[in-house]
Design a protein around this ligand. Sequence first.
Ligand code: ADP
Length: 795
Amino acid sequence: KPSDVSTLPDGVPEALEAEGIAEFYPPQAEAIEAGVADGESVVASVPTASGKTLIAELAMLSAVQRGGKALYIVPLRALASEKKTEFERWEEFGIDVGVSTGNYQSDGEWLASCDIIVATSEKVDSLVRNNAPWMNDLTCVVSDEVHLVDDSGRGPTLEVTLAKLRKINRDLQVVALSATVGNADEVAEWLDAALVQSDWRPIDLKMGVHYGNAINFDDGSQREVPVGRGEKPTAALVGDALDEEVDGKRGSSLVFVNSRRNAEAAAGRLGDVTAKRLEPDEQAELEQLAQEIRDVSDTDTSDDLADCVRRGAAFHHAGLASEHRSLVEDAFRDRLIKCICATPTLAAGVNTPARRVIVRDWRRYDGEFGGMQPLDVLEVHQMMGRAGRPGLDPYGEAVLIAKDRDTMDELFERYVWAEPEAVRSKLAAEPALRTHVLATVASGFATTREGLLAFLDRTLYASQTDDDARLADVTDRVLDYLAANDFLERDGDSLQATSIGHTVSRLYLDPMSAAEIVDGLREGVESADDAVSASRRSRPSGDGEVPADADAGFASASDLVSADEGGDGDDDAGDDGDAADDGPTVTPLGLYHLVARTPDMYQLYLKSGDRQTYEEQFYERETEFLGHAPSEFDDVAFEDWLAALKTARLLEDWASELDEDTITERYGVGPGDIRGKVDTAEWLLGAAEQLATELDLGGDVVTAVRRARKRVEDGVREELLELTGVRGVGRKRARRLFEAGIQTTTELRDADKAVVLGALRGREKTAENVLRAAGRQDPSMDGVEADADASAAAG
Ligand code: ADP
């Protein structure tokens, strides 16, 4: 019982009991037995929804009670704020909780005063690189979803970060929470922790495969779920769960699909199934919720989500705004929303149990191996584990879908009967080591090659391999690369980061990205200088020597549309006799392309037919590229270059106010993907700005980079940048205000209320908030009529 744990702050055991934790679940009891509330390290490998979070809380709360400080590492940004909110209930016992997300560079000094800090592994890594002073005060670290060390993208960061934290404090308590994996013992050994391993679940789980007209469960039982003509099995399964009432409540479903776009599409279709089964009072509540969702932001995603929600369904993926996510999750927990279609990221964390989990897609597109690849057993089990709400359902049902008998057999073999995979370290890969070796040296964790290898010996990789030579080999190659690019200096055996190497590490860049950016910017500056001196020697004739589109250069990046039209000397390059001012070498497109080429940007790939499109654009925009384009005979490199151009064009379209729908269609991506590209571009351009400043590349370049970044950040042309600086004004609202004659913050503050209301489409509350944000003292819209002209002008 909670009251048996004597190491917790006063009042906490009673609060836990008041929450309904009368007794610990068996895995929790085992963890306490192993000393998790007494500062001992523990690896807990237990199924989803079996109370892992409480194990972590016991460790953190008792650590704080002993005068220490705890860090909770989450795998996804979206989970950070959720966990923070969860832990905030301890604030009444004097425990301060902070969350550190976003901005990689800040050193998070304010976190020094918090007792419990929640952050992603990337953020923690970055805080270590930036020498956040409070790192030394940590006594307890929780690693949530530690099995993700297996992920080749982010695993190495978690691995190295844990090694660093354990080096900073050799007595650090490490609590690692893991899904059920094949080799939890190895993870425990690596972390010198006691192992708690269990299959126990708070509610029974029936796993099965739907085929034909029934679900076939693992216990041999069947449940008839006929699929009507023209009906999809998923729809039949969602409808069937809803038609079954337990204690007067209909069963909800969680449907897992393999992409954000599929999640959105499926939610739209399943809305037809749920809408038919809503009570009138539920309909009214859902209408209200839909309005709240629309009020969060004025994006197409917001509208789409609201449309689904008013019919009782929703989609959920990492591309949603966090307010949207929590509105959806809360309403699903309250059983108002009947069905959520989600990408697998939802399976990792968010507490949204459903009576029925439907794993619709068990394959997904894999960029690395190409084509559709089956999901890991571990992942599918995590999704399935979301089924069943303790205390509400008799049991949970998790269902895969098969279209024929063979597939059904395969699915039973592959997932229902299968054991989850073992976790394997992905550290010994060059891209991972490139960045971590530089960071390890830059932040002083190693000062010699030997020291570096000794440090790497504390990783999971080292504990899993018999081949020490391999890690040393890759490390040496990486050291050579870093030295060749002036990120570090080798003097005999000793290693030291250069000044630029320190910056790259702090900026959280892959050194290869940094090298590409630096080379590209230098090239931009040089060709600008060339253009200037060329123009001094002989004035350009406008024949294309100097790019014809002056508008796209330093002087005015205001109108990218004209860049599309430029190209064949239509009017005037050089005619105004001031070619130096025109020196249009660093354009937003050039910068977007530059950052899109780096390994830190997950590129769009070329679909069939794209090659020709982008090849044409390649020649049209050739002068804007920064750096040397590969020869078109170098097939792979040239294709990469074109793929980066496609990504850059997407960013350019976004920064030219093309609407989201057109962009998603043109590039075959989802709205969340646009957000992802935009966020990455924003970060990389921010880094480029700092590198350009530090390397003294000149004010023009720095300004060009900053403008390109701000435009992509807000998704607007230059002229709207001031308005989008006002809280609550996004790209669409800014454009409508602009069309209504309001161009600056001051003009907005002093504007005619009726005009503002008209431009904001008659939404009074929005108009009031916007005016207040612009500095208006009396923003009330009482009695104001929207100006119809403004609405009309705004279209
Ligand atoms: P996990 O992190 O393992 O996926 P959670 O920590 O989210 O699981 O726990 C799932 C739910 O179980 C939470 O709502 C939590 O409050 C509840 N819970 C945890 N431990 C207990 C307990 N001992 N008794 C009752 N409910 C519990």
